[in-house]
Design a protein around this ligand. Structure first.
Ligand code: SF4
Ligand code: SF4
Length: 400
């Protein structure tokens, strides 16, 4: 298995090698190409924050019921999927900010099959790459696996310009039989080269025992198809995180007590343009339209800067760029930048369970110390989609 974190290419830190890493790119000039796009649509390419990718929650519906679901997915009868109009509107907004790539997630995106195909087709028309598609693999049955791949291909899943698309299979607590997951992997690696399609297995474990299901998957694969394609399959092995946004999530039993200062010192640069191992900066777009500056599972509510179903993308990005916290983290290359604002008497004596939990604590302390108000949680009036469409089509950006 190809371990997560390999082949990290950060802008300004050496050359980019194409076709390497989980989020491989197709050109060594990736950052130049992306910056040209931003300049073309009138964005300042030297802005503190411009997303290389949006992680879009297409639906909150899921056929599964994982206790630690980090996405807050809902049963099929209760979840909601973006409508066709909303998908078109969002894609127009993404095009207006020259968004290079989109990651499609849920819920389970394949429970919203028509919306999934509409998103892939619409992104292709607007020259936005699909750099990741996440699934629990429930469609990997003998009857569905091949036809689903064919339809994805026809919709344009593989027609990316800058990024090699990635199919991410989640096998944490999911109830999908591993035979289905193995069949999807087999089809992917035997039908497409690594330059056409990347595949990854994401295996989250309970932090109390850290047991992952990867070994079981390899056994199932090898009993059906022979040697596991270790050289093609990227792995993401993490543990479940507590997510304050989600009321119904099972509590995470995480041993240990790590001070905030240690998380800060090990934090990577969340907002530096990066490809290969990760795509950064990545925004999170919830099905409700709420938009966050990063796609961490447990992203702090204060990193929400607006709602893309109610506001223009470039306005929301403008709010993020005016955030003193975002600028501080970007300019100081990660959370360690906050040592000169938040005293060590706090960071060395306060514990938490992850980088992003420390981020939540630090934002509050940062706001206290600086008098800033990070985020933009004030409610804004709901604008009907019809008005948004006419506004998106207007050259001035104003409703006509
Ligand atoms: S399959 Fe994924 S989205 Fe669905 S409940 Fe499990 S973790 Fe959540
Ligand atoms: S540390 Fe903060 S900015 Fe970085 S990924 Fe986590 S929540 Fe996002």
């Amino acid at each position: 298995m190809i371990k997560e974190g390999l082949y990290e290419f950060v802008e300004g830190a050496g050359p980019v090698e194409p076709f390497l890493g989980k989020y491989a790119v197709k050109t060594p000039q990736i950052f130049e190409r992306v910056r040209e796009g931003w300049a073309r649509v009138g964005l300042d390419p030297s802005s503190v924050y411009l997303p290389m990718r949006v992680e879009m929650e297409l639906t909150t519906k899921c056929n599964d019921t994982c206790g630690h679901c980090g996405m807050g997915a809902l049963p099929l009868a209760e979840g909601r999927t973006l409508t066709d109009k909303q998908i078109r509107y969002l894609l127009d907004q993404f095009e207006s900010i020259a968004l290079p790539s989109l990651a499609i997630t849920g819920g389970e995106p394949f429970t919203a099959w028509r919306a999934l195909l509409a998103t892939i087709e619409g992104a292709r028309e607007r020259r936005i790459d699909i750099s990741k598609l996440t699934t629990n693999g429930a469609w990997g049955t003998p009857g569905r696996c091949g036809p689903v791949f064919e339809r994805l291909e026809k919709a344009g899943f593989l027609d990316s310009r800058l990024f090699v698309p990635l199919l991410m299979l989640s096998i944490g607590e999911q109830s999908t039989p591993l035979e289905h997951v193995a069949r999807i992997l087999r089809h992917a690696v035997s039908s497409y080269t690594g330059r056409e399609l990347n595949v990854a297995v994401s295996s989250l474990a309970d932090p109390a025992d850290r047991e992952h299901r990867l070994d079981q998957l390899i056994t199932v694969y090898e009993s059906a198809y022979g040697e596991f394609p270790h050289d093609r399959v990227h792995s993401t092995m993490r543990v479940y995180l507590t997510n304050d946004r989600l009321d119904g999530q099972e509590e995470v039993r995480r041993p240990g007590h790590t001070p905030v200062s240690k998380w800060m010192d090990r934090c990577f640069d969340c907002f530096a343009p990066t490809v290969g191992a990760y795509v950064l900066p990545t925004s999170l777009l919830k099905q409700s339209g709420d938009w966050y500056t990063c796609a961490a599972f447990n992203v702090p509510e204060k990193l929400a800067f607006g709602n893309l179903l109610r506001e223009r993308a470039r306005d929301v990005i403008g709010y993020a760029n005016r955030s003193a916290y975002v600028a501080k983290v970007r300019q100081g290359r990660g959370l360690k930048a906050l040592h000169d604002v938040v005293p060590r008497s706090f960071t060395e004596t306060t514990g938490c369970t992850s980088f992003c939990d420390s981020c939540t604590l630090l934002i509050d302390r940062f706001d206290e110390a600086t008098g800033e108000t990070t985020g933009r949680s004030a409610p804004v009036p709901l604008i009907p989609v019809a008005a948004l469409l006419s506004r998106a089509n207007s050259p001035t950006g104003k409703a006509s």
